[in-house]
Design a protein around this ligand. Sequence first.
Ligand code: C2E
Ligand code: CA
Ligand code: CA
Length: 800
Amino acid sequence: MRLLRRLDVVLIPVMTLVAAIAGTGLYFWQLDEHKALEQDKWVTKVENALSAGDFERNGIEALGHEIAGSAQFINHIQDTNDFARRSFLESHINYVLKQDRVAQLGSVDIYSLDSLFTLTATSIKADPFAQSVLSDDIYQTVFDTYILVSLGEEFCNSGYTYQALTGEIRYSFIGAYDPKLLPDDKQAMTRKERSLLVVDGPLTQLNHLFAEIADYAHITLEFHQRSNETPVQANIYSKQINNEFFDGTVVKVFGPSIEIELDISDGHYSAIKAQLATQMLTYMTGVVLSLLLIIHLIVKSKVLKPINGLLRDIKKGGLELRYFKRAKGNDEVSTLKNAYIDSLSKVKFEAEFDSLTKLANRVSFIRFVEQRSESYCNQHTYIVAWDVIDFRRVNDLHGQKIGDKALVTIATEIERFICMNQSGSGCGCSDYSISRYSSNTFYALINAESELSIRALMANFETALKAAARIDGVPLGLEFAQSIFPLYDETHRGLWQRGTEAALNKAKQIKNKRPLVYFDTRLLEEINRREEIEKILLTCCSNGDFELLYMPLIDANTYKIASVEVLVRCPPLQAMGIGPEEFIPAAERANMIGDIDTWVMDNALKTLHYLQRKVGYDGDISINISALELYNNEFIELICGACNKHEVSHDKVILEITETSYVKSTKDTIAIISGLRDLGFRVSLDDFGTGFTSINQLLSYPVDELKVDKSFVERIGTEGSEERMLNSIISLGHNCDAKVVGEGVETGYQCRYLTELGCDYLQGYWFSKPLTYHEFSDFYNEDHLVDIKTKISELTIIRP
Ligand code: C2E
Ligand code: CA
Ligand code: CA
């Protein structure tokens, strides 16, 4: 509707303007038409009246000739004083006037005048004894004729039209007659003593017209004698329109000797003007409204309706493609809809699917599983998952491209496996039922009859998957951790994500056995325990509720304390028997390790400062930091800040980093290690030898110290190969210009053994357990050196 309203804002003024212009034009055109018609009507009337006047004039003239030719008239003019003759003439005249053909000429007056201009007979003498007079209206003309005649000018008869004082238009016929001569004698026209006959009658039609016009306030007729200079042929009436003089039209209609001026002032049209204006206003309003209605209907049906339909679809469907049906038309809205569907499909695909394997991504898989769980979940639905163990190796060894190819092969194989096993189960293979859940883990939803059958299926598939994971025919030798989560089991359905993750992690730890874990309550307990740890850690992090213990590192040559390793404890967790071995990885997973490391650094350096000042400690301090700090760009700033704060020189600090498979040696991590070393810190690789990436890392990271993992030390004296292995690690460290620390020394035998292999430093319970600050101060103050030396001297190198 907003579109229509906007359209109206433009349309209404524009259409009103156009309608106003058109209406005005039409109004004037109509008015002109009407004026022309009206004028024609009146001109025609005038012309008709004039032409009727011609007949009337002829009638009057004929009457004149008739009377002039009558014996009574001739007799009379021969002796005008003869009363009898005059009576005869007057009777004759009255007789003639009463005749129908003459009566219709109207009130005709007839006068006879003698050669002395004395009225001798007349038709208008009401009283026979009264002196009859010539009408004032014609007196002058008749007198002029008399003068003309008395001067002996050539004259026989003549007629003229005039307007009487009463306003009446009349015609007078004047004839001059010699009683002794015939009228066609040349002498008869020039003789001076002649009698005059005047026949004077009205021009009835013209007078009717004048009477009619009188009813019209704005129309006037004016009578004019025509000047002789503009002769007009008889029966031709010309007209001339002249607007100059007044607000209206002037039309002159010419008769043979007269001119009738027809004036129509504009006031005459006021009624029609009002009527036309109302008409135009009504028409134009009607036209504008109809056009608006039509435009509204067209816009509504052709534009708004389809757009609203599309909007409804979009509202209802949102990002759900199934709500959209492609439009068939090729109009703009259909094209728009199809373009929307296309881009939606693309966006949806990109948002929901993994671009490499074309499998559902983590988000859409989670949504799919949630929907499935809510709608229906039959008794046999499982979530199965695969983790490609140490997939990084493929990338490292063969490059990213081969790695990608391998992932695609694995995805295709999993897809085939799931679809093959779903076809018979009535639980179709949906686009979302298989997912690349993270870079090298794949999750899928599958139906199977029982735990036994799903286990068997997965076991068989693992073999097939391993065999399929080859590039260009060369097997990649991949291992897959697998897990099964029974989704149908309502008791822990909500835990499927963490359950599957935990089961996969568990599977990854399995050695020498098929790495397949079926989620069970034990795992659930583990998850709960982890949750509990995370919860406690969260409070401890915000309260700084940690403690530090100190464990010395002994110089293998001098037996002096070379450094002290700081070990963190979390008292609430300690009470539950949970030490850093468990809570540090938990903190790393829960993103809390940064806080812990910061707390430890701060407190460790503070302690070192105390130790230096209070007990004259001159050794180093070894601080454990999470390898994740190598991704933290602010770490260098943090440790430098702590050193400054506690006035500790950088060369007193050894940073122990435990190698983990998830810390890749990237440009950035190497840059942080180099940066730390450039600033004078020493870097130590902790638990060296436990992961196969050790050597890789040693080559990538230039370090100052290697700490041989205690599992190697533990086995001293139990296996024959240990000696060689330890020997290799120690020489490797020395070759890389690193000091070697043997940790976990619990016996004198191990101490002597490592010393003889050339270990630089030793650490373990045999020297000291982790101590509190005071215990360590005491240990340092007491003559520990003598103590240790005594211990060593008592040693006999015999296998335990
Ligand atoms: P680690 O860095 O290898 O620390 C040495 C661990 O071995 C310590 O356990 C120590 O008590 C134990 N140990 C040393 N000598 C012997 C021995 O002779 N026999 C036996 N059985 N154990 C010995 P702890 O304190 O439980 O620490 C476990 C792990 O937790 C550490 O291994 C380290 O990776 C991590 N950790 C401890 N403190 C911190 C810390 O402040 N920050 C970080 N990020 N990690 C820490
Ligand atoms: Ca350590
Ligand atoms: Ca260690």
